[in-house]
Design a protein around this ligand. Structure first.
Ligand SMILES: O=C(O)CCC(=O)C(=O)O
Ligand SMILES: [Fe+2]
Length: 297
């Protein structure tokens, strides 16, 4: 099995990026010597006021002392790299594989990304490490937000584990790996490699979420924002691509139970099932997610 990507593993469109209008301009000014920092939370030393403050102000933080072993994280990344390096036609025959945007949107809106839905059951292409990894990220998300969700009368419902590869792009100004969005989840956990490219919006600025080995990123999703009546903010984030190095990430998403009613003063009561249906409808009809605005009073 190849361990490095070859051209034959890329979706053909990614080998010859169409010329498009500029969507992303890398900063022309030298970067500030002390970039705005991403808050750091220690899972062995959780204090709820600081989590609440961080989630209210940033909607995203780094997590340390999370107990996910670094060798397990590396093994998942290595496995993902091997699977993404398979020839494109063989990946296409795998129902868990996807690339670009799964709807008929104009090519210039294409996300410069490939993904794999990772099943936890055995056998699966990741092997037993998928279940081991899934158990860790599930434990971590419950430890961080289980109490907050329960206080609002929620259990965690379904979850989803995905691997992404962001291929190199000869026209990185024309495409995003993933365009600006908020996650529909309660919470998402991102385990990125050392390449960088994830950015979070703070005010009008996009801040690089630089990789820090051994830490995970925790992102507040729309459902936690709604459940907390907008105390927690879902973070607007995106991924930029580059000409030289492809990027890998493993991402975990937790969703509410499908039919639990989210009933917060700022919103008309709705279920996650309704929210998800609305997101899918919007993506099909207008090519983007509107999200919580549909439900806000
Ligand atoms: O790959 C990443 O770092 C982020 C992916 C992401 O934002 C998402 O899947 O919603
Ligand atoms: Fe996201």
């Amino acid at each position: 099995m190849p361990t490095t990507s070859t051209d034959s593993s890329y979706p053909p469109l990614f080998l010859h990026p169409p010329q498009t209008t500029t969507r992303y301009s890398p900063p022309t000014q030298p970067l500030p010597t002390t970039p705005p920092s991403i808050p750091l939370i220690d899972l062995e030393n959780l204090s709820s006021p600081s989590i609440i403050a961080v989630c209210a102000d940033h909607g995203l933080f780094r997590l340390t002392n999370h107990g996910l072993p670094l060798p397990l994280s590396r093994a998942m990344h290595d496995r993902a790299r091997s699977l993404f390096s398979l020839p494109f036609p063989s990946k296409l025959s795998d129902p868990s594989y996807f690339w670009g945007t799964p709807v008929a949107s104009p090519v210039e809106n294409l996300n410069w990304v490939e993904g794999l839905h990772i099943r936890h059951d055995d056998p699966n292409p990741f092997g037993p490490i998928a279940a081991e990894y899934g158990a860790h990220v599930a434990r971590i998300s419950r430890r961080v937000f289980g109490a907050a969700a329960e206080a609002e009368g929620f259990g965690f419902g379904s979850d989803s584990l995905r691997a992404y590869r962001y291929p190199v792009c000869a026209n990185p100004e024309g495409f995003f790996g993933m365009d600006a969005h908020t996650d529909s989840s309660v919470v998402s956990i991102v385990d990125q490699d050392g390449v960088g490219g994830l950015q979070v919006k703070r005010g009008d600025e996009w801040v690089d979420v630089e990789p820090v080995e051994g830490t995970l990123l925790v992102i507040v999703g729309d459902m936690l924002q709604a459940m907390s009546n907008d105390v927690y903010k879902s973070a607007v984030h995106r991924v930029v691509v580059n000409r030289r190095t492809e990027r890998l990430s493993i991402c975990y998403f937790v969703f509410p139970e499908d039919d639990a009613i989210i009933d917060s003063p700022n919103y008309r009561p709705f279920t996650y099932r309704e929210f998800r249906a609305k997101v899918q409808e919007d993506i099909k009809s207008i090519g983007r997610k509107v999200g919580l605005l549909h439900f806000r009073l």
